[in-house]
Design a protein around this ligand. Structure first.
Ligand SMILES: NC(=O)c1ccc[n+]([C@@H]2O[C@H](COP(=O)([O-])OP(=O)(O)OC[C@H]3O[C@@H](n4cnc5c(N)ncnc54)[C@H](O)[C@@H]3O)[C@@H](O)[C@H]2O)c1
Length: 341
């Protein structure tokens, strides 16, 4: 097997011989931070983006040079990727965690990891098929969970998933307030009001509603740990992502506001700020750019040289869920491979 026009940039950048070919035609590409951001682009997609400025003829020349290289195991860029942890999981048997956005990437990985740590999972997602799949995966690994279909931006749905958790298990120990969506790239002046509202509805209103309903339960219990998913876009601006940036700054504001109100009531509220994580959300970026024909002038610098695996974010979620983080509240934790340095 050899590389084709459907080979992803990330695959090419994991092969020493392919890097040599790429460098011959596109000098500097292997060290360009934009390339590490665009690892899920195929060569075909790259040629379709006008701003990338890679003529189709050049892609043909690259492909011709690549056609003699046998595809081997990914090497350099994956060297520091995580291996399956051999550590004993934290055991929190019988505790209950609600996870929103449980049908995908970070939410699914965290649901599975929390389940391995002993939590019963109330998996919430808009998407019934993927949400149910997460619960099946939990059962397959010997855990327990239920799926609740809900749109986190609708108050009645948030009320319903909160009540479902209490009805099923009688308590909520942990709330991973995670569901969120990415905006379509555009300059602020071109940002449609409807797109701004769509992002704010899910990323801010959804997080707010979750806090509002679950805090009531946790306050009455006198215990609980809440983890909100913000982003590095909540700490710094992301080019061509004004709505997403504003929404994630708001998540950090809500985290601090909630933390200060409940600091003496036994409820901790923290936020995590992932940088680039390999999920459906980031995998949609190349297609989004190709469809719009618009490319931001800047991309975040993924200094560590790779995306995070969702399981690496899940490890932090489990830590924040556990008593090991008992002194943390109102903390805004970057899990970003140095992106915000
Ligand atoms: N992937 C990254 O690089 C990255 C970086 C920083 C922050 N984040 C944040 O992490 C969170 C999870 O992202 P991910 O990368 O796992 O994305 P993902 O798209 O893989 O998963 C998100 C899940 O949320 C669900 N969802 C979306 N809108 C919903 C709604 N209105 N109601 C209920 N469920 C809904 C989706 O169906 C999906 O299953 C988001 O808040 C995102 O902004 C992701």
């Amino acid at each position: 097997m050899t590389f084709s026009e459907n080979s992803k940039l990330g695959e090419l950048l994991s092969n020493e011989e392919a890097i040599t070919v790429l460098e011959k035609h596109l000098p500097g590409i292997s060290t360009n931070p934009m390339a590490s951001m665009g690892k899920s682009f195929t060569l075909k997609q790259l040629s379709g983006i006008p701003q990338a400025n890679i003529p189709e003829e050049l892609i043909s020349m690259i492909l011709s040079d690549l056609s003699n290289i046998p595809i081997g195991e990914p090497a350099s860029s994956q060297q520091n990727a995580p291996s399956e942890s051999s550590q004993e999981p934290l055991l929190m048997n019988g505790l209950v965690a609600i996870v929103t956005g449980a049908g995908g990437g970070i939410g699914r990985a965290s649901s599975l990891k929390l389940s391995q740590s002993g939590f019963k999972i109330v998996a919430v997602d808009f998407n019934t098929a993927t949400g149910e799949e997460t619960v099946n995966l939990i059962s397959a690994q010997g855990g327990e969970g239920i799926f609740i279909q809900a749109d986190v931006s609708k108050e009645e749905d948030v009320e319903r998933y909160t009540r479902a958790a209490v009805d099923a298990y009688g308590r909520i120990d942990v709330f991973f307030n995670n569901a969120g969506i990415l905006q379509k790239f555009s300059l602020l002046e071109d940002l449609d009001v409807s797109e701004f509202d769509r992002i704010m509805n899910v990323n801010v209103r959804g997080v707010f509603l979750g806090l509002k309903k679950v805090l009531k339960v946790m306050n009455a219990q006198g215990f609980g740990s809440i983890i909100n998913t913000a982003s590095t876009a909540g700490i710094r601006a992301e080019h061509s992502m004004a709505a997403y940036t504003a929404s994630k700054h708001a998540v950090i504001g809500l985290t601090k506001a909630a933390a200060i109100e409940y600091v003496r009531k036994g409820v901790r509220v923290n936020a995590i700020c992932p940088g680039g994580v390999d999920t459906a959300l980031t995998q949609s970026v190349p297609m989004m750019m190709q469809e719009s024909g618009y490319m931001p002038e800047e991309f975040p610098n993924m200094r560590i040289g790779r995306f995070a695996e969702p399981t690496e974010i899940a490890e932090i979620v489990v830590f924040l869920a556990s008593d090991k983080s008992a002194y943390l509240t109102g903390s805004i934790i970057a899990v970003d491979g140095g992106l915000t340095l």
